[in-house]
Write a protein that binds this ligand. Structure first.
Ligand SMILES: Cc1ncc(COP(=O)(O)O)c(C=O)c1O
Length: 398
């Protein structure tokens, strides 16, 4: 087993070697510009791009023409939210989103708010899921767009997209979802989920970084104002030369995911449950953040009581996980996602996001159990909070 072991698959995934193999010729022999229409170099590149477009579309039940390639989910989210608002925003100017969304959704909405749009940011239930009744009340006749992510990047919970989509349809609002963490992890179907816009990213499903896509519904046709001016590629929505090697890799990653997603999910769930039982069976004061069942198989987000949160990661040098806290400059902010579930600041700090994926082995999981349990025990041995807890339980025992 090679150390350190990687258990941060929600941050990014390694490229699958099959993906890399498909990409390589497009850096060298088949290097043409897919927009060159006058020679075979261009035609070959264009053909590869169009195949990838079909592979991406196929994974979400869309048509190839409905896929616009971008640089990733950040760009897709910005294009979807701001592009829609700027195209249609004079008739309806209200946007509904959720407190646990990725920053790029929240910040895109915040920018529109500064420009005069009305934005409602809904809270979530303690299990991290959207309250459908609250959402229904929030959508008014002035609501242009509802944006709710498919799967949360910190706690891995799966939002009820089909129910949300049906609500939006019934109330005449467009429905956008950030599908970065959902693609290739759960079945996505733009028809069954009544999705109008869906943001996708390559590097969360074993494809390369720097590539993503936006699904834009064609029937009825959704219009967007472009973010960038330029050569008018991608039907005018996204100017710029297409990144052929990355697009080919993204397409291949989607093709593989479609075939392997179900089996991979079962394997990851077994490993994830083994990890959870291994940790929670040996330590008291461990809580799981986010719904236990409406959750992707490869994610655990755990809080550890009686631990000084900022110390937790220091003891975990051989296991790459992330903390529920985001370091910004000099301050250590507790995760706003965990805070939205109702966790207090101490517990939000003392949390780990553990992401398992395609290349995670049972041996690695067992190593992670020992490492995490050991790190928490060492922290507790030095923690006044733990000492107080022990005293408290002795008093109760007597
Ligand atoms: C839910 C979610 N949305 C958006 C993004 C941003 O995606 P990208 O890195 O492709 O811009 C990420 C990745 O960090 C994410 O997890």
């Amino acid at each position: 087993m090679k150390l350190p072991i990687y258990l941060d698959y929600q941050a990014t995934t390694p490229c699958d070697p099959r993906v890399v193999e498909k990409m390589l010729p497009f850096f060298t022999e088949t290097f043409g510009n897919a927009h060159s229409v006058t020679h075979s170099f261009g035609w070959q590149a264009e053909e590869a791009v169009e195949l990838a477009r079909e592979q991406v579309a196929d994974l979400i039940g869309a048509e190839a023409k409905e896929i616009t390639f971008t640089s990733g989910a950040t760009e897709s989210n910005n294009l979807a939210i701001k592009g829609l608002a700027r195209f249609y925003g004079t008739r309806k100017n209200h946007i509904v989103t959720v407190a646990t969304e990725h920053k790029c959704v929240l910040e895109a909405a915040a920018r529109l708010e500064r420009e005069g749009y009305e934005v409602s940011v809904l809270g979530v239930k303690p299990d991290g899921l959207v309250d459908l009744a609250e959402l229904e009340t929030a959508i008014t006749e002035r609501t242009l767009l509802v944006s709710v992510m498919g799967v949360n990047n910190e706690i891995g919970v799966i939002q009820p997209l089909a129910e949300i989509g049906a609500l939006c349809r019934a109330k005449g609002a467009f429905f956008h979802s950030d599908g970065a963490q959902a693609l290739g992890k759960i079945p996505l179907d733009v028809e069954a989920m009544s999705l109008d816009l869906l943001s996708l990213s390559g590097h969360k499903l074993y494809g390369p970084k720097g590539i993503g896509a936006l699904y834009v519904r064609r029937k009825p046709r959704i219009r967007l104002a472009a973010e960038m001016d330029g050569g008018g590629q991608e039907r005018g929505i996204r100017s710029g030369t297409l990144a052929t090697p990355l697009i080919v890799g993204f397409g291949e990653a989607c093709r593989i995911a479609k075939i392997e997603m179900e089996e991979e999910g079962k394997r990851l769930k077994r490993l994830r449950d083994r990890l959870y039982q291994g940790i929670a069976g040996r330590l008291e004061g461990v809580s799981l953040n986010g719904s236990a069942d409406k959750r992707i198989p490869g994610n655990l987000n755990l809080s550890f009581a009686w631990v000084e949160g900022d110390q937790l990661l220091r003891g975990l040098t051989d296991v790459a996980v992330s903390t529920g806290s985001a370091c910004s400059a000099a301050t250590l902010e507790p995760s706003y996602v965990l805070r939205a579930l109702g966790l207090n600041s101490e517990l939000a700090h003392a949390s780990l996001r553990i992401g398992l994926g395609r290349f995670t082995t049972e041996q690695e999981v067992d190593f992670a159990i020992d490492s995490i349990v050991g790190a928490v025990e060492r922290q507790r041995a030095q923690s006044p909070l733990w000492a107080l807890h022990l005293e408290g339980s002795e008093l109760v025992d007597r």
